[in-house]
Ligand binder design. Structure first.
Ligand code: F3S
Length: 263
C-alpha cells in the first residue's frame, strides 16, 4: 500500500468518550456499578467494563440495593430519572450535553405554550428520551411527515412550533423539513441541534472515501453511526469494508489497491 489515510475524526465522539470515562471513574471508586443499557455500541469496551465489575441492566427494576447507575449518552426517559431520584438511587447522568440541551429546549418550548417538534427516528432511544421531556411532542422522520401533518388541518400553520433535530439526524432531512416549516408556518422557532462531531466525521469520511481505492470503516455492527459512515463511504468508493476489528478483514481486501482510507 502506498498511502493510508486515517480520519482525524475517527474514534469516540466527545459525548461517548465522556460516558465511558464516567463509568471507569465509578468502577475505580469501588462498590457496585450498573449501566442502564450498554453505555456504548462497542463490544470490546462493554466487555472490558463487565470484566472490571460493571453490570448492564435493561430496566431500573433489575438494579440491586446500593448499586449506582450510569445513564448512557443517548439519555433516558424523564420518568426513569424521576423514578431513580424517588428511590434514592445514586445516578451518574452521562447523557451527552448536546442531548441535554435538546431535552431542555423541548421542555422550555412547552412551558412557553409552544408545540415541540422533533425531526428524527421516532424509535431511536435518544428521540424517545427527548420526547419524554414534554407531554405532547410531535416526532417526524422527515419532510413528508411534516407536510402530511400540516396538510391534515390548515389551522396547524398558526400553531407556534419549536423545531429541534435528533443529534445524528441526516442534515438533508432536517433542512428540507425546516424549509417546509419556514414556508408554511407563521410562528416557528428552529434550533439546529445536529451534533457537530457526527457531521464532521461524516464529511471527512466522504472526502477520504472519494480519494482512495479501498475504505475501511471500523465500528460496532449495532451502531447507527457506523452504518451511516459505511453508507456514505459506499457512495464515493466502490470497495468498502465495515468491520469490528482487523481480524474481520477478508484475505486480499487490499489487493491491487494503492491508497486506503480508515475511519
Ligand atoms: Fe456524541 Fe454527543 Fe454528538 S454522544 S455524537 S457528541 S450528541
Amino acid at each position: 500500500m502506498e498511502k493510508i489515510t486515517v480520519a482525524k475524526t475517527a474514534g469516540f465522539c466527545f459525548g461517548v468518550d465522556r460516558a465511558v470515562k464516567l463509568v471507569y471513574a465509578e468502577l475505580e471508586k469501588g462498590g457496585r456499578v450498573a449501566t442502564l443499557g450498554p453505555i456504548i455500541h462497542n463490544a470490546d469496551v462493554v466487555n472490558d467494563m463487565i470484566a472490571k465489575g460493571a453490570r448492564i441492566v435493561s430496566s431500573v427494576e433489575e438494579l440491586e440495593p446500593g448499586e449506582r447507575v450510569v445513564i448512557r449518552s443517548h439519555g433516558e426517559l424523564k420518568s426513569v430519572l424521576d423514578h431513580l431520584e424517588r428511590q434514592g438511587v445514586t445516578c451518574v447522568n452521562a447523557t451527552c450535553p448536546n442531548v441535554i440541551r435538546i431535552q431542555r429546549l423541548v421542555a422550555q418550548a412547552e412551558a412557553e405554550g409552544r408545540q415541540p417538534v422533533i425531526i428524527g427516528e421516532p424509535s431511536h432511544p435518544e428521540v424517545v428520551g427527548v420526547a419524554s421531556w414534554c407531554s405532547h411532542p410531535l416526532v417526524f422522520d422527515g419532510p413528508e411527515a411534516v407536510q402530511r401533518w400540516l396538510a391534515e388541518d390548515p389551522h396547524r400553520r398558526e400553531i407556534p412550533l419549536t423545531v429541534v433535530a435528533q443529534t445524528t439526524c441526516i442534515r438533508e432531512l432536517f433542512e428540507t423539513s425546516c424549509e417546509i416549516v419556514k414556508k408554511e408556518c407563521t410562528n416557528a422557532k428552529i434550533f439546529d441541534t445536529i451534533c457537530d462531531a457526527t457531521q464532521k466525521r461524516q464529511t471527512e469520511a466522504a472526502e477520504i472515501a472519494g480519494k482512495v481505492d479501498v475504505m475501511v470503516v471500523v465500528g460496532d455492527r449495532k451502531s447507527a453511526n457506523t452504518r451511516h459512515l459505511t453508507e456514505i463511504c459506499s457512495k464515493r468508493c466502490s470497495r468498502v469494508f465495515q468491520v469490528e476489528d482487523a481480524d474481520e478483514l477478508p484475505a486480499g481486501w487490499a489487493r491491487g489497491c494503492r491508497a486506503a482510507g480508515l475511519t
